[in-house]
Design a protein around this ligand. Structure first.
Ligand SMILES: [Zn+2]
Length: 457
């Protein structure tokens, strides 16, 4: 026997009262978020035991709703199957789509059509089809660039099939592109059942909601199309407040140089008309490194550039360096970050470690590796543009484990604009003219990079 349930708090099925708007959906969802409980928008479950056919696997339910991760609303997609299955995930743009391919998976969600509209923002529609004879494909269309930040499997039980659970959050275009590339390389992947108490709870839908048998799912409020947005560039003026940074031969404090250069770079980027510059600080204040990353992530910055002035024991050292996170440092440091720092801070909710520590570590490393590649492109674009500056071709691209370069989903570079401990460099850095020349080149390099590699809409 099959039993079908469709919970539609965010959808107004034709002819059914009890219409609930998305606003109400949010209000309903938030209090439940503590238990990671999702209010399922579209729910269809099948007690599939008894009539599983032959060797093909089957999709027996699809549920889409909201969860809250780290204070941010995320989309939860639950694909229910009659047996544990591997899946390949894909992210596509124009329109944004989250695709789950499952080998030989038929659609066996009776009473629920193979396609329909959704009102669970950012999801706008879903459909099932056969990609080829061997592959069943579920596509979720979205109005925003949401990418998976968490994924795990749950075993069958409680009248439900095996469940693949994906939580997607909109962390900006860059994060979407990075995740898309990462997933493209990943291929088909098995999901062991993770039966921790937290994830068990997460996979169990609320059953106290109004259930309506609904064959035609319609959207209560179609999401607006994504609007053309400017690229966001986060400019981090190094040091500040109680932390003066390096001190020059003539007592110049690095923190003042970095603020002046950052302010000028912001002015020039804004003047391009295609970039929304955001400064980590616009006055002489102290910020922790982690705060700088968090500020950039909150702005969903497309790139992160940190400005500094170098110091060396030898007063002869001079020139400009562009740093990215070092390859060798990254894995070890990602591991340490994951262990010692707040991992949730980097890729998702505070319950990540409880739910799926392996996936959390793996995702962190994947994102970091991909944004490191992007950071390298950005660094070499900058270096091409500063060759004519004094010492601009001297030091080149360098690698280090700077904490500000560790945002896993943002191409990040740190520019040492010259040696404050070198008399000529120091004299240059103190003049607005030199800083303007240098930031002009940085600005051109940033635009060139974004045009070539940045998110396009
Ligand atoms: Zn510095």
């Amino acid at each position: 026997m099959c039993r079908h349930r469709v919970f539609c708090p965010g959808i107004a099925p034709p002819g059914v009262g009890n219409r609930v708007t998305p606003k109400r959906f949010c209000r309903l969802t938030r209090p439940l978020a503590a238990s990671l409980l999702t209010m399922m928008i579209l729910a269809a479950s099948v007690l599939a035991s008894g009539h599983v056919l032959a060797a093909d696997s089957a999709i027996t339910g699809l549920r889409i709703g909201g969860v809250e991760i780290d204070g941010q609303r995320a989309l939860r997609v639950v694909v229910e199957t009659d047996r544990p299955v591997p899946a390949k995930l894909t992210l596509l743009a124009d329109p944004y789509r989250f695709v789950v391919d499952i080998p030989n998976a038929d659609w066996r969600v009776a009473d629920v059509p193979k396609s329909g509209n959704l009102g669970a923002a950012p999801a706008t529609a879903y459909r099932y089809g056969r990609l080829d004879a061997q592959t069943g494909r579920v596509v979720i269309e979205m109005a925003a660039p949401a990418a998976p930040v968490r994924r795990f499997a749950l075993p069958a039980g409680d009248g439900r099939g095996h469940r693949l659970v994906f939580d997607l959050a909109d962390k900006g275009q860059t994060a979407f592109q990075v995740a898309a590339k990462t997933l493209a390389r990943e291929g088909l992947r098995g999901y062991g059942d993770t039966a921790s108490p937290a994830s068990q709870q997460a996979g169990t839908p609320q059953t106290g909601q109004p259930a309506t048998a609904d064959s035609k799912v319609s959207s209560a409020s179609p999401a607006p199309p994504p609007s053309r947005k400017k690229w966001t560039v986060f400019i981090d003026a190094g040091h500040g407040g109680k932390d003066p940074g390096a001190i020059g031969k003539s007592k110049t404090q690095e923190k003042h140089i970095t603020l002046a250069a950052a302010t000028e770079l912001a002015r020039q980027l804004k003047a391009t008309g295609v970039i929304n510059p955001v400064l980590s600080r616009s006055d002489d204040r102290y910020l922790k490194l982690r705060q700088r990353i968090n500020l950039a992530r909150r702005q969903q910055a497309d790139i992160f550039i940190s400005l500094h002035a170098d110091a060396a024991p030898s007063s002869k050292a001079r020139g400009i360096s562009v740093f990215t996170l070092s390859d060798t440092a990254s894995d070890k440091e990602a591991e340490m970050l994951a262990r010692n720092e707040n991992r949730a801070d980097l890729i998702g909710g505070p319950d990540l470690a409880v739910e799926d520590p392996e996936a959390a570590d793996e995702l962190l490393r994947m994102f970091q590796r991909e944004s490191m590649n992007q950071s390298t492109y950005l660094a070499s674009t900058i270096l091409r543009h500063i060759r004519d500056m004094p010492g601009g071709d001297k030091r080149g691209h360098r690698f280090a484990g700077f904490a500000v370069l560790k945002a896993p989903d943002m191409p990040s570079v740190l520019v040492e604009m010259g040696f404050i401990t070198n008399r000529q460099d120091e004299a240059n850095l103190k003049t607005a003219e030199y800083r303007t020349k240098l930031t002009e080149r940085l600005s051109r390099a940033i635009v060139a990079y974004l045009v070539e590699y940045g998110p396009q809409e």
